[in-house]
Structures are given as structure tokens and as C-alpha cells.
Design a binder for this molecule. Structure first.
Ligand SMILES: O=C(CO)[C@@H](O)[C@H](O)[C@H](O)[C@H](O)COP(=O)(O)O
Ligand SMILES: [Zn+2]
Length: 264
């Protein structure tokens, strides 16, 4: 898109050009899409006419968030995708054997638990059979009753006791790795013979660290960890779904798109 047709810096970006790779994030406010150096107004590239100090601080904060995420994703990539593949194989094995997946977390991680369960029961990108997954964050009657009668620390544990069976998979998501309700549920799941998968950040309590699959993500800030969790969830969904769709995970066209993509 030509810059002249739009004042919005977002739509002026050419993602296939020089601003695509991570080092360009720091240069984004210095170069035009064609690579020529911007002149007087450092906000020109972003479509910002008056770059006062407050706006400049916003630009800095936004660029910092993007570069932090890219750096963390690169570090996770460099450490290898083995944990994601092993987690997906544990989920596949459980479902193949008639098991189900229970997923839980707090706040943004509650949203991801629901997101993940929805992609298994509905679909991610391909047609295949419905896969059994339950987010333990959605039943407000159970959450309030258990929280009120037994305490907030037991809201997931009690549901795992009620719904979990040996061979099922329990997935606890915690960016701090120390939320008591997630830890208690994982301990209970482990005792009951469920396979346990934890998504954490750089740190986690020993109870989470000794899950069957404890996947750590190399970021410090909660939102960056959450963003990496979402990436991991999508990758695992892709691998699980590929199995049940009878399609190999790498069976994509040369553009990297999926064989079937949200078609009605
Ligand atoms: O989404 C966010 C922050 O990005 C918050 O809602 C966040 O999820 C909440 O503070 C959670 O209580 C954090 O719990 P945890 O990830 O440490 O287990
Ligand atoms: Zn959040």
C-alpha cells in the first residue's frame, strides 16, 4: 500500500519488506518502507504528526513490548520445541485412550484455558472429530460454591477431583508459577493418575516444576509470558489436530498455510 493513500502508520507498513525482521523493530521509527531515512519528524513513519514527550514515551513502550516478545520467542525457539511436541503427544495419547483434557488458570490464563478447550471441542483449523476438553474456569456456580465453601485455593482442585479420571490430562497455566489454586489442582491431578502439563514463566514452585511436562517460557513480564503461552497453545492445538485430522503436521502448502482454514 502506498503511504500517500493513508495517514495511518500501521497500514503503511510493508511486512514483507525491511521492517519484517526483529532487529527492524528498533529502526521502525527511523526508516520509511522503501528504506530511505526519515527526516525532520521522527513520528512520520508511525503517522504521528506531533511527537511530544508523552507520545514519544508511548512509542517507546509499544516498541519495547514488541521487541521483548520477539526476544523471548527467539529464546524459546532456540531452546527447542521439544516440550511442545511432547505435550501434544501426551494429549493425543490420552484422547486416543478415551481420556479428556481439563484446563485451568487465573485471569488471562483463565481466558486461555477457555480458548484452548474451545479449539479442541470445536476446531482449530481443520475438520476432525470433536475432542474432549473442559475449561474449569467457566462454571460460575461451581467456582463460587467451591470458593465460598472450601476457599479460592480449591476451586480447580475440587473440580479435578470431581471430573478427572486416571489417564486424563490436567493442564495448569500460571505465569508466576505460584498460584495456589493451580498448584493444588495439579497435585490432586497427579495423585489421581492424570498426566500433568504446566505452562509457566521463568519460575515455578517445585510442585509445578515436577509435573509430567512443565513448560517454562523465558520472559519476565506477565503479559509477555501470556503471549508466549498463546503461541504454545496454538502450536500444540495444531499438532493434536493434525493427528486427529489424519494430516501430518508439516503438510502445508509452500506459504505455510493450513490445508483447510476456517472454511464454512
Ligand atoms: O492477564 C493478566 C495480566 O496480563 C492478569 O489478569 C493475570 O492473569 C492475573 O493477575 C492472574 O491472577 C495471574 O496469575 P498467574 O498467571 O500468576 O497464575
Ligand atoms: Zn493479560
Amino acid at each position: 500500500m502506498s503511504r500517500s493513500c493513508c495517514n495511518n502508520g500501521n497500514s503503511a507498513r510493508n511486512w514483507s519488506g525491511r521492517n519484517r525482521a526483529s532487529p527492524a523493530i528498533t529502526r521502525a521509527s527511523t526508516y520509511r518502507d522503501d528504506g530511505t531515512v526519515l527526516g525532520v519528524n521522527p513520528g512520520e513513519f508511525l503517522g504521528i504528526r506531533n511527537m511530544n514527550s508523552e507520545t514519544s514515551a508511548r512509542v517507546h513502550a509499544a516498541e519495547q513490548a514488541l521487541s521483548d516478545l520477539i526476544r523471548a520467542a527467539e529464546a524459546f525457539h532456540a531452546a527447542g520445541v521439544g516440550p511442545l511436541v511432547r505435550a501434544s503427544e501426551a494429549i493425543i495419547a490420552s484422547i486416543e485412550a478415551g481420556g479428556k483434557v481439563l484446563i485451568f488458570g487465573n485471569g488471562g490464563s483463565a481466558a486461555e484455558a477457555q480458548h484452548w478447550a474451545a479449539e479442541l471441542t470445536g476446531r482449530f483449523l481443520r475438520e476432525r472429530r470433536a475432542l474432549p476438553a473442559i475449561a474449569l474456569t467457566v462454571d460460575t456456580s461451581a467456582l463460587t460454591a467451591i470458593g465460598n465453601d472450601y476457599g479460592f485455593d480449591r476451586i480447580f482442585e475440587r473440580q479435578v477431583e470431581a471430573l478427572g479420571a486416571p489417564g486424563d490430562v490436567a493442564i495448569g497455566i500460571s505465569t508466576s508459577g505460584k498460584s495456589a489454586n493451580v498448584i493444588r489442582a495439579m497435585e490432586s491431578a497427579s495423585k489421581a493418575g492424570l498426566t500433568t502439563i504446566a505452562l509457566a514463566g521463568t519460575q515455578q514452585r517445585p510442585e509445578l516444576a515436577c509435573c509430567n511436562h512443565c513448560i517454562s517460557f523465558p520472559a519476565e513480564a506477565t503479559p509477555r509470558i501470556q503471549e508466549l503461552h498463546l503461541l504454545a497453545i496454538h502450536v500444540v492445538c495444531d499438532l493434536v489436530e493434525a493427528h486427529f485430522a489424519g494430516v501430518e503436521a508439516d503438510d502445508r502448502d509452500t506459504n505455510g498455510s493450513m490445508p483447510l482454514c476456517n472454511a464454512a
